[in-house]
Design a protein around this ligand. Structure first.
Ligand SMILES: *Cc1c(COP(=O)(O)O)cnc(C)c1O
Length: 349
């Protein structure tokens, strides 16, 4: 029963009812908006003087068609980062409950827990960056409400094994969130269709990576209707603004463009992987199902700093669990990648 996992105050919460919950059209004299218009030119004819649709209807309908998932299971957040925070606030009682993460992984799960005063339990991924199921079941306890998984995982780049994830979803009594920010870059299947079978499974995706829309701040979740309704219940009424919603509608009409980006970036990734493998000081280049590559190199932090001095900014991940001397590089344009490799080789000479 998912209901038992929800914080009491959230279950009992009477949500704010916004003016635009009831009416989006008509002679709108209910929300104290400016009926004369906006001070800026409304180039896209979005009626910027009016609040956006709190129910996110248009974008949810369009996404529903793209994913083949019922609209009732879809929720948009101001980036997946907002969804992470909302989920923690729905299920975890501050000062009491805990969340499990499997490190090394995306840093926001822990930050969102810290902000909400939620204890973080951490089980390291194994040497192949896969889940240590036995250890996870040893560590979780009655206070553990959510397990955050990331596949393809940031910053390691690998997918988690499907059967491990499903095992967790089946046997864990709490919520399992699988963050698929990078799934577009992978040939393997998403967990989106598994949501129909498991009420405690939540899939998160984002427009920030493959779609090239990090600037609009939007991610979405696919989850059982009960959970999706709770997300709507506690979100800020107008979380998705009209510029962002308009960009999402445009994006979902340009799926081919996204797919072509993915093909190009994946080709570049293959090239870059080979080039990194041919540098003798590099001890390991990890395989990647995402749009970045993790590699291990002696004196990683020094090399990171030298690259930065030369204007090439990658990410030093060497302080993360199990990632000593590891750097992460995002796939750039062909030219950027050439300059990166050339500069790296010069530094190593
Ligand atoms: C980049 C990234 C996101 C994206 O977050 P947004 O808030 O949607 O931009 C989510 N999860 C992971 C693991 C990421 O690397």
């Amino acid at each position: 029963m998912i209901e038992k996992l929800v914080r009491k105050n959230i279950l009992e919460l009477k949500p704010y009812t916004s003016a635009r919950d009831s009416f989006l059209e008509g002679i709108l004299l209910d929300a104290n908006e400016n009926s004369l218009g906006s001070v800026i030119r409304d180039e896209w004819e979005l009626k910027l003087n009016r609040y956006p649709d709190p129910a996110q209807n248009e974008i949810r309908e369009k996404l529903s068609k793209y994913l083949g998932v019922r609209k009732e299971k879809l929720f948009f957040g101001v980036g997946s980062d907002e969804i992470i925070d909302l989920l923690i606030r729905i299920f975890c009682n501050p000062g009491k409950d805990s969340v499990l993460i499997t490190e090394p992984t995306y840093g926001m799960y822990k930050v969102a827990c810290d902000v909400n005063d939620i204890k973080v339990l951490s089980v390291p991924l194994n040497r192949r960056f896969q889940l240590d199921i036995t250890k996870i079941f040893e560590i979780i306890n009655r206070t553990t409400k959510i397990i955050f998984l990331c596949s393809p995982n940031n910053p390691t780049g690998n997918l988690l094994k499907k059967k491990d994830v499903i095992k967790l979803v089946k046997s864990f009594k709490g919520i399992v969130v699988i963050d698929e920010a990078y799934i577009d870059f992978s040939e393997k299947k998403s967990f989106v269709n598994d949501v129909a079978n498991y009420k405690n499974l939540i899939v998160m995706r984002t427009f920030s990576k493959a779609w090239g829309l990090a600037g609009i701040r939007s991610g979405f979740s696919i989850a059982d209707e009960f959970i999706t309704n709770l997300l709507f219940k506690i979100k800020a009424p107008y979380n998705l603004n009209k510029f962002t919603s308009n960009a999402i509608l445009n994006a979902l009409s340009n799926i081919k463009k996204k797919d072509s980006f993915v093909r190009k970036l994946n080709l570049e990734k293959e090239k870059l992987t080979e080039q990194l493998k041919n540098i003798k000081q590099i001890q390991k280049v990890f395989p990647s199902d995402a749009n970045f590559i993790l590699f291990r190199i002696k004196k990683a932090t020094e090399i990171y700093n030298e690259l930065a001095t030369k204007g090439i900014i990658i990410r030093d991940r060497s302080n993360q669990v199990g990632l000593d001397n590891c750097l992460r590089v995002s796939i750039g344009t062909p030219k950027e990648n050439r300059i990166f490799i050339k500069t790296l080789k010069e530094i190593l000479k």
